[in-house]
Design a protein around this ligand. Structure first.
Ligand SMILES: C[S@@+](CC[C@H](N)C(=O)[O-])C[C@H]1O[C@@H](n2cnc3c(N)ncnc32)[C@H](O)[C@@H]1O
Length: 292
């Protein structure tokens, strides 16, 4: 299955990268971060198509074939991708130490509570945790109830609400930590999200992030990201070419017009150049922790 899909993918440029955003999170156990697969994008277009096939039909066939190849590839590698992400998240969430007194966490871009396992671990370490999950997508009462019950079984008090990360509906200093996990790629205004996160954090509170960011300029992967981003941003609002690492660094410096930095220190800012997934170009990944 993997080989077949890889062969197809090598012949046809990928057209969509949306599948992982619509699939429910896996709960993998193994850690396979070291698995390395480097693919190159080849567009082996043939001009020898039967004359009866019109160019619009050719385009439609190419689109359908490309989308099928893409879906096959993503499906066959999805588990590995999520395992990679979970290894990185493990490191990120370990920034929340029992001694840090974290009791109240806000996650922006909460989705379907993909980070529940990590919240459970924190609750076990700290002896109880409240999580507020905010997402611009409204969840049904039933879905919210299911998530809350499941969290409660693991010692986490969960509130789920809809709202925008750019205008958080909370007073200043409400949370001990703000979590942002694969969300800054799709918000409308990332600098405003940092301003809001800083505002709702108490002094000494931490913003912790795992985000995919733009590949280096001039690389093949960056060319793929540049090509795919307009489609992907249009379809699911996810941008592949955001320099969130530079943005994080700017939050610990005074602004150009002399305003105080949003955060007092940067505890972690690590860019992981993991596998060059040409067919899943949500890489490199940024792990970052800043303290207010
Ligand atoms: C790729 S999903 C990430 C979900 C989850 N945090 C995870 O780690 O898998 C991005 C989420 O951010 C949400 N989102 C995008 N823009 C947002 C905004 N401006 N405010 C709040 N949520 C937003 C989307 O609805 C989506 O659920």
């Amino acid at each position: 299955m993997v080989i077949l899909s890889d062969v197809i993918c090598l012949l046809i440029f990928p057209l969509a990268h949306a599948a992982p955003c619509f699939l429910p999170p896996l709960r993998p156990r193994a850690h396979l971060l070291s698995r390395s697969r480097v693919r190159s994008a080849l567009c082996g277009h043939s001009s020898t198509v039967a004359p009866l096939v019109t160019s619009s039909r050719r385009a439609a066939i190419a689109v359908a074939f490309g989308a099928a190849a893409e879906a096959l590839w993503v499906a066959s590698n999805l588990k590995t991708i999520q395992q990679d992400n979970d290894v990185l998240k493990q490191e990120l969430f370990s920034a929340i130490r029992p001694s840090s007194g974290v009791r109240d966490i806000l996650e922006i871009g909460f989705g379907r509570n993909a980070n529940q396992d990590f919240y459970t671990e924190i609750a076990e370490r700290t002896g109880g945790l409240r999580v507020t999950g905010l997402d611009k997508r409204r969840v049904s009462l039933r879905e919210a109830d299911t998530m809350k019950r499941s969290a409660a079984e693991h010692g986490v008090t969960l509130d789920v609400m809809d709202g925008k990360a750019e205008a958080l509906p909370f007073p200043d200093g409400s949370f001990d930590a703000v979590v942002c996990s694969f969300t800054l790629c799709s918000v409308d205004d990332p600098p405003q999200v940092f301003r809001e996160a800083s505002r709702v954090l108490r002094p000494g509170g931490k913003m912790i992030m795992i985000e995919h960011i733009a590949a280096r300029e001039g690389t093949g992967l960056r060319a793929v990201q540049n090509a795919v981003t307009p489609i992907q941003a249009g379809l699911i609002g996810c941008h592949l070419t955001r320099s969130t690492d530079a943005l994080v660094q700017s939050t610990v410096r005074p602004s150009a017009d002399g305003e105080a930095p949003l955060f007092s220190s940067m505890d972690l800012c690590r860019v992981i150049d993991r596998n060059a997934f040409v067919f899943f170009p949500e890489t490199p990944v940024l792990l970052s922790v800043v303290t207010k």
